[in-house]
Design a protein around this ligand. Structure first.
Ligand SMILES: Nc1ncnc2c1ncn2[C@@H]1O[C@H](COP(=O)(O)OP(=O)(O)OP(=O)(O)O)[C@@H](O)[C@H]1O
Ligand SMILES: [Mg+2]
Length: 322
């Protein structure tokens, strides 16, 4: 039996801007099992990073978590004070590789100094012990420990990103959130970074939430996949469900826009239009203005999540009873 690590229930995170309330994450629910990789995919601006920031409790102002629960190892981490969360959860239990993280390395500190700091602050190690631990971590992600003396500008983008992965894993957390960990990298380096993630996931049985707009990246590593559109999860299932039997018209559109190397050459399909403004999203199903299957209930009522086969959920009126 798989053990539940985290249950996100009805999460709502809104940004209170001068333009109005941006409902970036609007009633998102999913379950993550221990040791499992969940891919979170969807177009730019659909709320993927905001979901991640909510879990690590670093939603930037003017954003606020306004509803829902995040039950992690049996405890609602949204009920904790920020001080308690910082002391007990962040980095120790849940760590995050931020979008564009490789540029977040401090340019005036050596890699070793930056890595060692994690162990000195959180584990009370001496500098010498901390550097030894950092050396082990670096080799784990395939970088020569001699590089501890290097400065960020002396490393390639892929190496910097692997340093960030190593730092996220430093305290052996059961959950790592990786937000677009390979987006700025070329495809060869992208593959290297993905292989490092895959290897670490196998060795340490860590759960990973892999966030990307690139569904082909998720296919390589994910056990489960959640498809997000305009602040909501529209389809959730195992990787087999999503890749072999996608149901939501949006998921099908996303998959059809992945170029195929093998097989017959098809015209690239794409989804017309752009995602809605989350200050005033469309009524009913938020995808209906772009959907070629839309019919009478779609612009009036929000479709409920329906389990179309065991463990495979879809929020679309094509599958729901009214
Ligand atoms: N600090 C902020 N202030 C106001 N609105 C914000 C802020 N951060 C994000 N948003 C809005 O919240 C929505 C979701 O943004 P988010 O960054 O979570 O999307 P994303 O799915 O991660 O996109 P991408 O693929 O581009 O990284 C967007 O409409 C965005 O404009
Ligand atoms: Mg993002």
């Amino acid at each position: 039996m798989s053990e539940v690590l985290m249950r996100v229930e009805g999460l709502k995170t809104y940004f209170y801007t001068a333009r109005g309330i941006v409902k970036a994450v609007d009633n998102v629910s999913f379950t993550l099992n221990r040791g499992e990789v969940l891919g979170l995919a969807g177009e730019s601006g659909c709320g993927k990073s905001t979901t991640a920031y909510s879990i690590i409790r670093l939603v930037p102002p003017p954003g606020r978590i306004v509803g829902g629960r995040i039950v992690f190892e049996g405890q609602d981490i949204l009920k904790m004070s920020s001080e308690e969360y910082r002391r007990k959860i962040r980095w120790k239990k849940i760590s995050m590789i931020f979008q564009g993280a490789m540029n977040a390395l401090n340019p005036v500190l050596s890699i070793g100094d930056q890595m060692a700091e994690v162990f000195m602050i959180h584990k009370g190690m001496s500098k010498k012990e901390a550097l030894e631990e950092s050396a082990k971590l670096l080799s784990m992600v395939g970088i020569d420990p001699k590089r501890l003396r290097s400065y960020p500008h002396e490393l390639s983008g892929g190496m910097k990103q692997r340093v960030m992965i190593a730092m996220a894993l430093a305290l052996n957390p059961p959950l790592v959130i990786a937000d677009e960990p390979t987006t700025a990298l070329d495809v060869v380096v992208q593959a290297q970074v993905m292989n490092v993630l895959k290897k670490l996931q196998k060795e340490y049985k860590v759960s990973i939430i892999l966030i990307t707009h690139d569904l082909s990246l998720i296919a390589e590593i994910a056990d489960k996949v959640a498809i997000m559109y305009a602040g909501k999860i529209v389809e959730f299932g195992t990787a087999e469900h999503i890749y072999l039997n996608p149901q939501h018209p949006y998921t099908r559109g996303l998959l059809a826009s992945i170029p195929r190397i093998r097989g017959e050459i098809k015209k690239l399909e794409w989804i017309p239009g752009i995602p809605p403004d989350l200050v005033a999203p469309p009524r009913g199903c938020r995808f209906h203005p772009r959907c070629k299957y839309k019919f009478e209930p779609c612009d009036k009522e929000e479709p409920p999540m329906v389990e179309v086969e065991p463990g495979h959920y879809v929020a679309c009126w094509l599958y729901a009873k009214r």
